[in-house]
Ligand binder design. Structure first.
Ligand SMILES: Nc1ncnc2c1ncn2[C@@H]1O[C@H](COP(=O)(O)OP(=O)(O)OP(=O)(O)O)[C@@H](O)[C@H]1O
Length: 620
């Protein structure tokens, strides 16, 4: 059976809260709506009193039937019953209305908190956890939280009803009432025992649903690649498996819940049988009136209703409790990036110093074992190296997306950990490899860095990129709609928008992860012109993929497995005939205007041990 639960483990940031902690936390969300909640409580009391009045009034009517004032009392009783019904309905209406408002407000707040908590997480969080699962915490889990609160309020009203009915029954005939309570321990034991199993089952059901969500989201995001590689069937098979797991988990928990409910009803019915039998005997012995007997038969139903209904909505209750646990775990997730201070960052010159930096994403591999480098203000440094050498990791550390484990990273001589991160990020421009555009116009996307920038300012920066020629190719110029994630623009146009966006931001340090996708020569020239403008007088870390950018860089850093193996400019490194020349032959040579296939390899003078390594590789 273990395979059913495969992949349903908790996320690393998940944690367990005791019921008391959870309830305390939920109550804290209701504190701002105290007056509304007090009104709900008052209405619950009135509602319960009215519900109790029904059997009491009817039992009175039965008893008056044996007296000579039948008509007179009956009329009054009918009027009372009618009024009680109307009053109970009105109380219920207002109670539901107020509850919906209070719960709605709380869910609103909880969703805001969950969303802002997701926004404040560092990048490692998004690398580690799938977006589908995060989405389901912010949306469906907060909804389930609402359910738990509504159910709790219903439960409170039923418990109140229980207390009222029990008090009346004990006053009428305490021996019979005591007899009816014989089954109480049995019901409580079953209901409590069930509680623990239910919580686990429900948590698994939610996790399996989140897994289905994550799977669907991944498939939709990667649909182009899937179709390109004809992977539709594989993706369908994978979905089928995840979906089947969700089905099995749900069937299991359904079986569990539905199996317990009949047991509780059976025990409750036993209680009713006892009351009917012994109560009937008392009526025959004339120690109990017929009205009171009726009151007991009716009352016993009301008495067990809360207990059995706790069990029947336990599944939803558990669902909500587990959901709130998941939302609170998201809210309480510990940040991985720790700032030791919150110094404001008004201006930056842009000096970056890596001092014996040690960094790894996880325990499996050290990405930067001991990295040292100083980048001067205004310098453009191109990082090159084989895939996995650590280029992006260096950029991510400067962006403070990840925490390093040892050494120092200084910006303008200050520890990067001492900055107010919000401020620091404002001075930092990032151009990712695949630029992400939000739906809206080109102008909206450029303005993203400065929402209050005027149209003229946006136009001015757009024209500084590639002389603004690229705008003419857009159907509505700056007002062109970019579509979802910028799909309506070509990759080159998206890059130009991203460059204009950074130019408007005017940061002191730029991290540029150059696109690998090739664009037409005209766009290439426009991008190059744009880069020249952007990189001027700013410190730039460029993860370079284009020969022209590398040649324009002030310094090239050659990385190999997290170590700096060479540094210098293009000409000097080429003359050296080392690692860089080798990379040039592999990646960049074909981008040269003098490139002719099959010729023009640069001679590479590899160090002895690397040469041996290569020979070994060739032999294998
Ligand atoms: N989020 C991550 N979690 C765990 N390991 C990672 C993560 N990102 C990168 N790595 C690992 O860290 C090492 C360095 O990766 P990095 O992305 O810095 O290389 P790179 O030089 O930028 O490569 P590329 O040119 O392919 O982007 C690689 O071995 C990679 O597998």
């Amino acid at each position: 059976m273990g395979f059913i639960l495969e992949g349903l483990d908790a996320e690393a940031y998940d944690r367990s809260y005791s019921d008391r902690q959870l309830i305390g936390r939920i109550i804290s969300y209701f504190r701002p709506h105290l007056s509304l909640m007090l009104s709900v409580a008052g209405l619950i009391v009135l509602n319960s009193v009215m519900d109790t009045a029904f059997p009491v009034l009817i039992s009175q009517s039965i008893d008056t039937m044996v007296t000579d004032k039948v008509m007179q009392t009956a009329i009054w009783l009918v009027v009372f019953i009618l009024l009680a019904a109307v009053f109970s309905w009105t109380c219920n209406l207002f109670r539901q209305w107020f509850t919906a408002r209070a719960v709605g407000n709380v869910v609103l707040q909880l969703r805001k908190d969950a969303f802002s908590s997701v926004m404040s997480r560092d990048m490692s969080f998004f690398d580690e956890f799938t977006s589908g699962k995060i989405v389901s915490r912010v949306t469906s889990d907060t909804d389930s939280f609402a359910t738990v609160v509504t159910l709790t309020l219903n439960l409170l009203s039923q418990i109140l009803l229980f207390l009222l009915v029990a008090t009346i029954l004990f006053f009428r005939n305490w021996q019979l009432a005591l007899l009816a309570c014989i089954i109480l321990p049995a019901i409580i034991v079953v209901a409590l025992g069930f509680r623990y199993i239910a919580r686990r089952a429900t948590r698994n059901a939610q996790r399996s649903l989140a897994r289905v969500n994550a799977n669907v989201q991944e498939v939709i995001s990667g649909i182009t690649v899937a179709k390109n590689f004809r992977q539709e069937q594989n993706m369908y098979d994978e979905f089928k498996q995840v979906n089947k797991q969700s089905y099995q988990v749900n069937v299991r928990s359904g079986f569990l819940y539905n199996g317990v409910f009949p047991v509780l009803v059976l025990i409750a019915n036993l209680g009713t049988t006892i009351v009917v039998y012994f109560g009937g005997q008392n009526v025959l012995n004339q120690t109990l009136s017929a009205g009171d007997w009726f009151l007991f038969v009716q009352g016993i139903m009301l008495l067990w209703m809360p207990v059995t209904s706790i069990a029947s909505f336990w599944s939803q209750f558990q669902l909500g409790l587990a959901a709130s646990e998941r939302v609170f775990a998201l809210l309480d997730a510990e940040p991985r990036v720790h700032q030791i201070d919150g110094q404001p960052v008004a201006q930056l010159r842009g000096k970056i110093e890596f001092q014996r930096l040690l960094f790894s994403y996880d325990d499996r591999q050290t990405v930067l074992p001991n990295f040292s480098l100083t980048i001067q203000p205004g310098e453009t440094v191109a990082f090159v190296g084989h895939t996995g050498a650590g280029k992006s990791s260096i950029a991510k550390l400067v962006a403070r997306f990840y925490e390093f484990q040892g050494g120092q990273l200084l910006i303008d001589g200050h520890d990067i950990r001492s900055f107010d991160l919000h401020d620091y990020h404002r001075r930092l421009g990032i151009v990712p490899q695949i630029p992400f555009l939000f739906s809206g116009t080109v102008a909206d996307n450029i303005r993203y860095a400065h929402p209050d920038a005027t149209y003229e300012q946006v136009e001015e920066v757009a024209k500084r990129i590639g002389g603004g020629d690229w705008l003419e190719a857009l159907p509505d110029g700056l007002q062109t709609e970019v579509g979802e994630t910028g799909k309506a623009l070509s990759m080159g146009q998206r890059q130009l928008v991203a460059l204009a966006r950074v130019l408007l931001q005017d940061p002191a340090i730029i991290i540029l992860d150059e696109a690998t996708a090739s664009v037409d020569p005209l766009t290439e020239a426009q991008i190059q012109e744009g880069l020249d403008v952007i990189l001027q007088d700013r410190t730039a870390i460029v993860i370079a993929h284009r020969l022209s950018t590398i040649k324009h860089a002030d310094r090239i850093i050659v990385l190999n497995r997290g170590h700096m193996v060479e540094e210098g400019n293009h000409e000097a490194l080429m003359q050296r005939g080392g690692h860089y020349s080798q990379l040039y032959n592999t990646y960049f040579r074909h981008q040269s205007p003098d490139y002719k296939p099959g010729e023009g390899f640069v001679p590479v003078l590899l160090p002895v041990e690397e040469e041996e390594e290569q020979e070994q590789a060739t032999l294998h």
